[in-house]
Design a protein around this ligand. Structure first.
Ligand SMILES: [Fe+2]
Length: 416
């Protein structure tokens, strides 16, 4: 939903006759089917595609069971319900032998968003139409090509990849290892409105430009020999069979299309003193904000403390996916770590980080953060990947030693 694009052949006016003569001479002259991809009913952004065949004509349908993640779930322990800071180690997750459609491992979920990690090793052999939300991937490792009815989007490490809800697509995985973060936005994903001017153009003080987005490379009708489309709705999957290739678009125009955006294209803002994390806001989702922490100079007031201050962000759960570099406020996390700091429990920097940050002129941290307003529920898979010493890692060493001494004596124990 960035701006309007146009690709391939179009009639002069929507909803009028568009007769098409295939260049290969195989099908004869035909009246194309218009396919309107609309959002928010018919009130929001839309794209109109012109297709050789009816996108609504399926010849077979059946239930399809997505396999459970290849990871032992951790069920039923009391510590899972405590309001503690959590650290999930997606780096220790084994590579899946599956394609992206089947490799998702959900970690945290609410009615607004599902956050998953995945390590696919194979390309999708079916198309997916996700009715449950917009998909925003962050490619921590790997790359490949997103194939859609609107064209191909190549992607690589450090890219966000956006797939709008309901767009028929699949992933070709180029190589391994692959390690992706997925934010499935159940309401919507959009460019923050304050980044736009009155005609919808990205403002000159926005943190990125129109040119930073890699747009779909439209190839016209393509037949990959695939006839199956999986439709996901409320987590359930229906498998549809089409008589012809679903990649049958002759031309399209509109504002709903897939893209890739390199995280390092995000232009950070800095100040004399520490700015709140909203300054890293990159994409808005219904009920949350996706932020990009990228290398930058730090706060330059002579008495500045570049490390984030402890805070009680009482209306937000905070999730951070660590990609690269030393994170100013955190210790014990590395590339692939996912931290989850729930609302209700104040959080802040690890012991020593506050003082150690003084005098630092720049940071090389790279991370994706998500602040959401609805409480997230950790899944049993998240619990299985959890570093259960994380909450205690915020206790200074001398207090930790004292605490351990007290725990050695018979008293009430902790659960984590
Ligand atoms: Fe925070």
């Amino acid at each position: 939903m960035l701006d309007r694009m146009q690709a391939g052949e179009l009639p002069k006016k929507p909803h009028t006759q568009f007769w098409y003569d295939p260049a290969d001479g195989t099908g004869g002259r035909r009246l194309l089917r218009e396919h309107c991809l609309t959002r928010v009913g018919f009130e929001g952004p839309f794209t109109i595609a012109y297709r050789l065949f009816g996108p609504h004509v399926q010849t077979a349908w059946s239930a399809y069971e997505l396999p459970a993640p290849e990871l032992g779930a951790s069920e039923g322990d009391a510590g899972a319900d405590l309001c503690l800071r959590r650290h999930y180690q997606s780096q220790v997750l084994g590579a899946s032998s599956r394609s992206p459609i089947e490799a998702r491992v959900p970690l945290l979920t609410s009615s607004d968003v599902t956050i998953a990690v995945m390590k696919p090793t194979a390309s999708d052999t079916r198309y997916l139409e996700n009715g449950d939300g917009d998909d925003l991937y962050y490619i921590h490792e790997g790359g490949g090509t997103l194939r859609t009815i609107l064209g191909d989007v190549a992607f690589g490490p450090g890219d966000y990849v956006f797939v709008p809800r309901g767009l028929v697509h699949r992933f070709d995985v180029a190589a391994i290892p692959q390690h992706w973060l997925l934010i499935e936005a159940h309401r919507d994903l959009h460019i923050p409105r304050q980044f736009r001017n009155e005609v919808g153009q990205l403002r000159m003080d926005a943190p990125y430009t129109h040119r930073d987005f890699r747009r779909p490379d439209f190839r016209g009708p393509v037949d990959e020999g695939i006839r199956e489309v999986l439709v996901k709705r409320e987590g359930k999957v229906t498998r549809f069979t089409y008589p012809e290739s679903p990649l049958d678009v002759v031309g399209w125009d509109g504002s709903v299309w897939p893209w890739a955006f390199p995280i390092l294209a995000f232009q950070p803002k800095v100040s004399s003193v520490h700015l709140p994390p909203t300054i890293h806001g990159t994409f808005a989702i219904g009920g949350g904000l996706v932020c990009s922490f990228v290398p930058r100079v730090t706060d330059f007031h002579p008495d500045a403390i570049p490390c984030p201050y402890p805070h009680a962000s009482v209306h937000c759960d905070e999730v951070i996916f660590y990609c690269k570099g030393n994170f100013t406020s955190r210790k014990g996390v590395g590339p692939g770590s996912v931290s989850f700091h729930p609302m209700g429990t104040s959080h802040g920097p690890h012991p020593g980080s506050y003082e150690a940050s003084i005098g630092h002129a720049r940071t090389d941290e790279l991370a994706v953060m998500l602040d959401v307003f609805l409480p997230l529920r950790p899944t049993a898979y998240a619990r299985a990947l959890e570093d259960r010493n994380y909450h205690a890692s915020f206790v200074p060493a001398e207090l930790l030693a004292k605490r351990e001494g007290e725990r050695a004596s018979p008293s009430e124990g902790d659960e984590s």
